[in-house]
Design a protein. Sequence first.
Length: 367
Amino acid sequence: MEPPTSSRLNSRKRRKDGSGPNGATDLDGIPPKMSRHSFGLREPAPFSDEVEIDYSKPYIRVTYEEAMRGTPLDRPVRVYADGIFDLFHSGHARALMQAKNLFPNTYLIVGVCSDELTHNFKGFTVMNENERYDAVQHCRYVDEVVRNAPWTLTPEFLAEHRIDFVAHDDIPYSSAGSDDVYKHIKEAGMFAPTQRTEGISTSDIITRIVRDYDVYARRNLQRGYTAKELNVSFINEKKYHLQERVDKVKKRVKDVEEKSKEFVQKVEEKSIDLIQKWEEKSREFIGNFLEMFGPEGALKHMLKEGKGRMLQAISPKQSPSSSPTHDRSPSPSFRWPFSTKTPPSSPANRSRNESAVTYDISEDEED
């Protein structure tokens, strides 16, 4: 029988192109978010011998149909689930959750068998009975705990605790000389099946510990437990200590190798970066060198300009031989004292002064 809360546990389908949070769409079976407040109880579940039952009212069992329709608040459906609950884990909690949600109004009573009964019919337990009682008490789905619960449910026990239904997985549970200890419960129509959680059980947890016994023994020795507390021989104790030291050395070597790999990787990255920068700088340097000292570089142009300036300073340009002549007014003639002749002149100036000499002679003749 599926629990009523199965609709709340729908798988969430996610799509990459979804418009909702985490890729979810409106078609996905995502339950609506609830307001933040505490659902859990503040106190552990009480023991059955601490709960007062009003025996004045007659005990009348409800049918399955009446339980599914819902009962009044003052008359919840009393569901009983029993077990050993050794190494209490999520598989136990899920089974009790299903039992609690079998009907709309459920009062869950959980029976826990004692150590004596468990060791006789099933085997040795890891946790003692008080630890198992306490673990079940603190499960949020439990309303009441029955200590020293019976291995086989009798009609007297069912009537004493006014049980309407018994919840357990539907797999036949052979024990105490019976093929199924819940056979008479099923025949009476009081059995309500639940589903087992695959992949987790007390036997699975014990199997993991036995399989990795050396690992856990070494760990607990390192944490301060003595070899006597762990039931470890003297030789195994020394072997575990030696293995622990060897593992530490291996871990150190591994750490050194990883650090050396990281160092080499960083050196390679930096060397590649330096080579790239060196190539860039070398190209820049070569370009600047050619721009300055190349065949058509700036230095050649500077030398040419300097050479031209030096030649111009050493040998300046001569003035042109055929300069334009300007008409100048004749300078007044100079007459040598006590002489009627003009002073001797150069052949170049002789023709120029002929007119002036003639002019002077004509004036003297007139005088």
